[in-house]
Design a binder for this molecule. Structure first.
Ligand SMILES: Cc1cc2nc3c(=O)[nH]c(=O)nc-3n(C[C@H](O)[C@H](O)[C@H](O)COP(=O)(O)OP(=O)(O)OC[C@H]3O[C@@H](n4cnc5c(N)ncnc54)[C@H](O)[C@@H]3O)c2cc1C
Length: 804
C-alpha cells in the first residue's frame, strides 16, 4: 500500500467506486480507494440493480440519465460487463392525483430530452403482461432505465479507475482520521497510515461512523428493505423481450424480470430502521433475517395487482439494509469547518445516481465547483436541526413514502415541529397552516374561522386557493403581516468586514444606514446567493437571504476565508423578524416608533436601529410584495411583544395575516425571482437579471471575470415571467416551455397572481424569445397552455407603490 495519495476514498461500494473512477478521469490519477472488506460488501452487493431517471429535481434526473448512459463507457474501458438490461420503465397510476403526477413527469421530461410518454393501459399490458388493468387508470412509459448487475457495475467502475491509474486496497480498514496543520489528512488503517490531501466519505452503511472520526453527525440512517424472487412464470415463457421494470404507486410495489421469474419489492409503511445507533463493524456481505409475517400484507397487494405472481412460489427472499438521508436524496459535497473532507453518502439509489455523484464531486474537488446546481443533494441542505432524533423520525417517513407521489401542496408531518418561533402558538391560534423550512415552522396560509386546515393534496388548485387570494388582496388594499423569521440571517462584523464583503459579493456594499440587494457569484459567474445587506455601521452588517440556504451560505462564507478582523455568524436563532406590507404599512409602524417614517425621511432601502413598541429593533424599508413595506428584526425574547404590538395597532387599519403562499403570488406579480427556485448556481448574473445589482466598477470580486465576459456576448437565455392560460392548475416547477412544439426552456416557479387575475410562471427562455408578448406554450398536466412573455411586471410596473 502506498503511504500517500492525493485523495483517499473510504468505501468500495458502487458510490466509492464511481467517485474513484471520476477522480481518475478528471486527472487525479494518484487516488486510492480503501475498502475494509471485498468491494460491494456493504449495501451494494444485494441491491436489486434497478435504474431510472425519475427524480423531483430536474438536475438530479439529468445526473441519473448520465449515470445510466455511463455504463456503456465503463464497460468499454474496463472490459467488465455491467449486466445491463436497458428495458425502460413503466409507472402505473391508480388515482387522478397519480395520473396528474405522471403527466407532470412527461412535461418535465421533454425539456430534459428524455423519451417519456403517457400510454394506454392496453399498451402498458403489452410491456408488462402481468398487470391487472382493473387496478389502474393510466401509465407512463420511459425509455431510459432498466436494471443492471450491482457487482458487475461496481467492478466495472473499479477496473476502469485502475486503468486510469487509481489504486484499490481491499481488506484494509480505516480506523481514524487526523488532520494536519496544512489541512491534509493522516488516514490510519489496520495496515498502516496513508497521508492524503483529501478524504472522501463513501462509507455507505458506515458513513455515520466515518463522520464520527472527524467529529460530525451526518443525518443518515439505514432501513431494512425486502424483495422477493419468484419461481419461473409460465406467462413469461417464449416472450421475445423482458417485462419492463414496473412501479406501482398505489401498491407501493416495484417489479422486474429476473431470468424466468420476477423480482418484486415493496416500500412498506412501517419500515424498520437497521442499526440505528451504531453499524456493526463485522457486517460484511450479509443479509438480515426475513420478516414475512410483517410484510405479507404489502406483498399481497402486489399479488393482486399482478395476479400471476401469486400463482407461483417464492424462490428466494432478500432483506438488506441501505441508508437514507431524511429527504431521500444523497448527501454530497464539502463539510463546513473541515477542509479537504468530502462526503458522498446516504445514497439510496446508487445504480441511478452513483455516476452523477462521482461526476459532480470530482468537478467540485478539482475545480472548486460542482459545475451545476445540486443544492438538492448538497450535504449543506441540512443544518444543525437535522439531529439524530430528527433523522430517526424523518428517514422512516421518507421510506414509507418512497412510492407516494409528492404533491406540491403537501407538508409532511413527521418530526414537526422542531424549530418554533416565539409566535408559533399565536399563529396556530390564528388558523395558520404550517410548513417547515430548514426545520423552522412557518405559516403558509391562514384558515379563516370555521374553515378546516386540511387541504387535499393535489396538483390542481386546492381549497386554499380563494383563501390565499383574499390574503393577497388584503395586502394590496390595506396592510398585511408576515413572519420572516424563516429567512437566513447572518451578522458580519469587524474592521475588515466591508473589504471582505466587497470581495465576496458582486454588488456595491451599502453605506451605513442603507440596504443593498446583493448577488453572490461563484468563479464561473453563476448565482450562489441572492441576498440583501444592511449596513448598520461601518463595521457591522446584517445579511438576509434564503432560510433554506443557511448552511449552504455559511459554508460559502467560511470557504471565502474571512480574515482575523472579520467575524461571521449565523443569526438564525438570535434574530426573529416580521414584515408589514401594503399601503397602510407606514401608518401602522408610525404608531409604534418615534422616528419619522415619512417618505422623505425613511426612503426605500434605508435601515434604522430604533425601538418598535417594547422591542429594540432593526427596521429596513424593504419587502418582497412590491408594496410599501418594512422588515423588522429583533431578538426572540422581544419578538412576541413586537408581534402583539403590531397586531393590536393594526386592527383598525385592516391588518391581515398572510403566509408563504400569498407571498409567492405577490412576488411573481412583481416579477421577483427567488433563490433556490428561480435563481440557482445554474444561471448567470445576466440570465437572472441580477446583473443590474453587480458593481462592474469594483476591481475584484468572486466571479468578476466571468460576469464581465458575459456582458460582452450577452446572456443566451433570460429569466422571464409568463402569463399562462391555465385551466384549473398552475405550474409547480420544471414543466417544459415550448415554442412551435419544441422545448426551449423550463419553469422554475409559479403561482396564480390573485391581484392581476392571471396564472403566472417564472422560467428561462432563449434570449431571442424573451420579448414582450412572445407566445409560447407550457404543458400543464397534459394540457398545452398558451404562455405569453411579460417583460414588464404585471403589477405596478413603475414601482410607485413600492416607493410609496
Ligand atoms: C435490498 C436492497 C435493494 C436495493 N435495490 C436497489 C435498486 O434496485 N437500485 C438502486 O439504485 N439501489 C438499490 N439499493 C440501494 C443500493 O444498494 C445503495 O444505493 C448502494 O449500495 C449504496 O452504495 P454505497 O457505495 O453508498 O454504500 P455501501 O455499498 O454500503 O458501501 C460502503 C463501503 O464502505 C466500506 N467501509 C465502511 N467503513 C469503512 C472503513 N472504516 N474502512 C474501509 N472501508 C469501509 C464498506 O465495507 C462498504 O463496502 C438497494 C438496497 C437494498 C438493501
Amino acid at each position: 500500500m502506498n503511504s500517500s495519495a492525493r485523495a483517499v476514498v473510504i468505501g468500495g461500494g458502487v458510490v466509492g467506486a464511481s467517485v474513484l473512477y471520476h477522480l481518475a478521469k478528471i486527472g487525479w490519477t494518484d487516488v486510492m480507494l480503501i475498502e475494509k472488506s471485498e468491494l460491494t460488501a456493504g449495501s451494494t452487493w444485494h441491491a436489486a440493480g434497478g435504474m431510472h431517471t425519475f427524480n423531483g429535481e430536474a438536475n438530479i434526473s439529468r445526473l441519473q440519465k448520465y449515470t445510466i448512459d455511463l455504463y456503456r463507457e465503463i464497460e468499454a474501458l474496463s472490459g467488465q460487463s455491467c449486466g445491463l438490461h436497458p428495458n425502460g420503465g413503466l409507472m402505473l397510476a391508480a388515482t387522478q392525483g397519480e395520473l396528474d403526477s405522471l403527466k407532470l413527469i412527461c412535461s418535465r421530461a421533454r425539456y430534459l430530452g428524455m423519451e417519456t410518454q403517457m400510454i394506454s393501459m392496453a399498451e402498458a399490458q403489452q410491456l408488462n403482461p402481468l398487470i391487472d388493468p382493473s387496478y389502474f387508470c393510466g401509465a407512463l412509459w420511459r425509455a431510459d432505465g432498466g436494471h443492471c448487475d450491482p457487482s458487475g457495475t461496481t467492478h466495472a467502475y473499479a477496473k476502469a479507475a485502475r486503468q486510469l491509474g487509481a489504486s484499490i486496497e481491499r481488506f484494509t480498514r480505516v480506523l481514524s482520521l487526523t488532520q494536519r496543520r496544512d489541512h491534509s489528512w493522516d488516514v490510519l488503517t489496520d495496515k498502516g497510515t496513508v497521508h492524503a490531501e483529501h478524504v472522501i466519505n463513501c462509507a455507505g452503511l458506515w458513513a455515520r461512523e466515518v463522520g464520527h472520526m472527524v467529529g460530525i453527525e451526518l443525518p443518515v440512517l439505514a432501513m431494512e428493505h425486502h424483495y422477493l424472487l419468484t419461481e419461473d412464470l409460465p406467462e413469461l415463457k417464449g416472450r421475445d423481450r423482458e417485462v419492463v421494470n414496473t412501479t406501482d404507486y398505489a401498491g407501493e410495489i416495484y417489479l422486474r424480470q429476473e431470468r424466468g421469474g420476477m423480482l418484486i419489492g415493496t416500500y412498506e409503511p412501517n419500515g424498520i430502521p437497521w442499526a440505528p445507533i451504531r453499524t456493526p463493524d463485522d457486517f460484511s456481505m450479509q443479509l438480515l433475517p426475513d420478516d414475512f409475517a410483517r410484510l405479507a400484507p404489502y406483498f399481497e397487494v402486489g399479488f393482486k395487482h399482478f395476479p400471476a405472481l401469486g400463482r407461483v412460489g417464492i424462490r428466494k427472499a432478500i432483506n438488506g439494509p441501505f441508508t437514507f438521508a431524511p429527504d431521500g436524496n444523497p448527501l454530497v459535497g464539502p463539510v463546513r469547518g473541515l477542509k479537504n473532507f468530502w462526503v458522498a453518502c446516504g445514497v439510496m439509489a446508487g445504480f441511478s445516481q452513483g455516476g452523477g455523484i462521482g461526476l459532480v464531486l470530482s468537478r467540485w474537488m478539482a475545480h472548486n465547483d460542482p459545475g451545476q446546481d445540486i443544492i438538492s443533494m448538497d450535504v449543506a441542505r441540512f443544518g444543525s436541526f437535522a439531529t439524530p432524533k430528527y433523522t430517526a423520525i424523518k428517514v422512516p417517513e421518507n421510506y414509507s413514502r418512497r412510492f407516494r407521489l409528492a404533491y406540491p401542496n403537501e407538508e409532511l408531518p413527521a418530526a414537526r415541529p422542531v424549530r418554533r418561533s416565539p409566535i408559533y402558538d399565536r399563529l396556530l391560534g390564528a388558523g395558520a397552516v404550517m410548513g417547515a423550512n430548514f426545520g423552522l415552522e412557518q405559516a403558509l396560509w391562514f384558515a379563516p374561522p370555521g374553515v378546516a386546515r386540511n387541504e387535499t393534496p393535489t396538483y390542481r388548485r386546492s381549497e386554499a386557493f380563494p383563501i390565499v387570494g383574499a390574503e393577497c388582496r388584503a395586502v394590496r388594499a390595506g396592510v398585511g403581516i408576515y413572519e420572516t423569521s424563516n429567512y437566513g440571517k447572518y451578522e458580519v462584523t469587524g474592521r475588515g468586514a466591508r473589504a471582505w464583503l466587497d470581495r465576496v459579493f458582486a454588488s456595491r456594499i451599502p453605506k451605513p444606514g442603507r440596504l443593498g440587494l446583493a448577488p453572490m457569484l461563484n468563479t464561473a459567474g453563476r448565482i450562489v446567493g441572492d441576498l440583501s445587506i444592511a449596513c448598520l455601521a461601518e463595521d457591522r452588517f446584517l445579511i438576509i437571504g434564503s432560510g433554506f440556504a443557511e448552511e449552504f451560505h455559511l459554508r460559502w462564507f467560511w470557504q471565502a476565508e474571512p480574515p482575523a478582523d472579520v467575524f461571521v455568524r449565523s443569526a438564525a436563532s438570535t434574530l426573529a423578524g416580521v414584515s408589514i406590507a401594503g399601503p397602510g404599512a407606514r401608518a401602522l409602524l408610525q404608531r409604534l416608533v418615534r422616528v419619522d417614517l415619512s417618505a422623505a425621511a425613511f426612503k426605500l432601502f434605508q435601515v434604522r436601529e430604533t425601538t418598535v413598541g417594547f422591542a429594540p429593533a432593526i427596521v429596513t424599508r424593504a419587502g418582497f410584495t412590491g408594496e410599501l413595506g418594512y422588515e423588522i428584526w429583533t431578538t426572540p425574547d422581544y419578538f412576541a411583544s413586537l408581534y402583539d404590538d403590531l397586531w393590536d395597532s393594526g386592527r383598525d387599519l385592516g391588518l391581515t395575516r398572510f403566509g408563504g403562499r400569498a407571498l409567492s403570488s405577490l412576488r411573481l406579480e412583481k416579477g421577483y425571482g427567488s433563490f433556490n427556485k428561480d435563481f440557482r448556481p445554474d444561471y448567470t448574473a445576466a440570465e437572472t437579471g441580477l446583473d443590474r445589482f453587480v458593481d462592474f466598477n469594483k476591481p475584484e470580486f468572486t466571479g468578476r471575470s466571468a460576469a464581465v465576459a458575459e456582458r460582452v456576448g450577452g446572456p443566451v437565455r433570460r429569466f422571464v415571467i409568463l402569463e399562462v392560460a391555465a385551466i384549473d392548475a398552475d405550474v409547480v416547477g420544471y414543466e417544459s416551455i415550448l415554442k412551435d412544439g419544441k422545448a426551449v426552456g423550463y419553469v422554475t416557479s409559479g403561482a396564480y397572481g390573485h391581484c392581476v387575475g392571471k396564472s403566472l410562471a417564472a422560467g428561462y427562455v432563449p434570449t431571442a424569445l424573451a420579448r414582450e408578448g412572445e407566445t409560447l406554450e407550457i404543458d400543464i398536466l397534459g394540457e398545452m397552455c398558451r404562455a405569453t412573455v411579460r417583460i414588464e411586471p404585471l403589477y405596478d410596473p413603475q414601482g410607485a407603490r413600492l416607493r410609496g
